[in-house]
Design a protein around this ligand. Structure first.
Ligand SMILES: N[C@@H](CCC(=O)N[C@@H](CS)C(=O)NCC(=O)O)C(=O)O
Length: 128
């Protein structure tokens, strides 16, 4: 979480409704707070939910790294609550799930398609 970021009350309510305990709170706000952060920064905020055995997750991270995109990885392998959260946020059960500036952009296939079409660069604020 960025220093000085104020968490809007609605994000806190959302965290409470998910029964997120205080030790998890900061990690969750990394995602939930993105909408707030983005307004103060031109740096794209990319979050990828992964599982440790998932080849599609590795492919997605490789693609992002090949484009020099900084991202936050949230490994949900052993955390049922995080798995429920990413399902709720993305509407999907598979991993990876990728979010850019708080917007769900889907999994690896979607990321690759967006990259090929040039839409990924637009979402990342890279205007060619
Ligand atoms: N088309 C998807 C495929 C993703 C996929 O099949 N992921 C597997 C893990 S590698 C998955 O989430 N399976 C369901 C599960 O683990 O619950 C993508 O490109 O992201």
């Amino acid at each position: 979480m960025q220093v000085g970021l104020e968490i809007a009350p609605r994000w806190l309510r959302q965290a409470n409704s998910l029964d997120i305990d205080s030790s998890d709170l900061q990690r969750h706000h990394i995602l939930l707070g993105y909408e707030c952060v983005v307004k103060d920064s031109n740096v794209p905020r990319v979050v990828i939910y992964t599982k440790d055995y998932c080849p599609f997750c590795s492919h997605a991270k490789t693609l992002l790294r090949s484009k020099n995109v900084d991202f936050e990885e949230i490994d949900v392998t052993h955390d049922g609550r995080l798995q429920e959260e990413v399902q709720r946020l993305s509407g999907r059960r598979s991993v990876p799930q990728i979010f850019i500036n708080g917007k769900s952009v889907g999994g690896f296939d979607d990321l690759r398609r967006l990259d090929a079409s040039g839409e990924l660069d637009q979402l990342l604020g890279r205007h060619t």
